[in-house]
Write a protein that binds this ligand. Structure first.
Ligand code: ATP
Ligand code: MG
Length: 253
């Protein structure tokens, strides 16, 4: 889908990876998968990623281990997917869903039936089998309008919900419902990052494979799962991420 434009980005371009992600989003936007607002949200993520040095931190690894453990311990895990996530990481989402036995729910902040079906088609063409969200027959208490709709077979009956690039309002509402929330979000200061039970501060195309890798490694090893959960403390983890950013800004410790 992106090959035409991607070949125009020189192999040696120092910002090639970042440019490729932008191109994927632009293609997704042109194809009706990504909302215009999604392009802006990506820009905010890019800025945070830049400040992090565009690399996976030690803290992201610790959080990704805890995320994998939470998903493996879950009875009914659900991965919530929006337009940006579908455009950037469909295959990675599907791989994680298979490893941890999660359903995938399409849940859009700027919802239209057309966009949901296009995202569903992308996920299915990449091998997803259990995708819900086209008929949101339930609601998340405290959220108005379509933003508060979800599927009875997906998010509504889940015990653990993984959200990526999610709005803080929805994350807060999910935790109020008693869900354990795992978030992937590049902004350690966002409400989502500060509300989720486990927050992986990393770029979404990196975070999904990271979580999948740890999930495969820990599968069936109850001690490893306990250990991963015990070792993670959200406030401490986000504090350490903030220190990395401060240090990259030359602010010392
Ligand atoms: P919040 O609502 O949680 O306070 P926000 O309003 O700043 O956050 P939203 O637009 O609601 O931001 O959510 C998008 C989030 O996704 C942002 O925190 C942004 O940093 C993050 N983000 C954007 N692109 C990526 C990406 N490629 N990988 C990971 N996170 C990303
Ligand atoms: Mg927001």
């Amino acid at each position: 889908m992106t090959s035409g434009i991607m070949t125009e980005i020189p192999e040696t371009h120092p910002r090639r990876d970042s440019l490729i992600l932008r191109e994927r989003l632009v293609e997704g936007f042109k194809g009706g998968i990504v909302a215009p607002q999604g392009l802006i949200a990506h820009g905010r993520g890019e800025a945070m990623y830049y400040l992090l040095g565009e690399r996976t931190t030690k803290e992201a690894r610790i959080a990704a281990r805890a995320a994998a453990a939470a998903l493996l311990r879950s009875e009914r895990p659900v991965i919530s997917v929006n337009g940006n996530v579908a455009a950037l990481a469909s295959r990675e989402v599907i791989a994680l869903a298979k490893t941890v036995g999660a359903r995938i729910e399409i849940n859009l902040f700027h919802r239209s039936d057309e966009r949901v079906s296009k995202i569903q088609a992308v996920l299915e063409s990449n091998g997803a089998t259990e995708v819900v969200g086209f008929f949101p027959d339930e609601s998340i208490p405290g959220l108005e309008g379509m933003r508060g709709r979800c599927s009875s077979e997906g998010v509504h009956s889940a015990d653990v919900v993984l959200v990526a690039l999610e709005d803080g309002d929805r994350t807060e509402a999910l935790t109020r419902m008693g869900k354990k929330v795992v978030a992937i979000d590049l902004n350690p200061m966002s409400r989502t990052a500060r509300t989720a039970d486990v927050t992986v501060v990393d770029e979404v195309t990196k975070a999904f494979p990271l979580i999948s890798g740890y999930a495969e490694e820990m599968l069936g090893d109850e001690d490893a799962l306990d250990n991963a959960l015990v070792k993670y403390d959200r406030a401490e983890n986000l504090g350490a991420v903030m220190k990395t950013i401060a240090s990259n800004l030359g602010l010392g410790d």
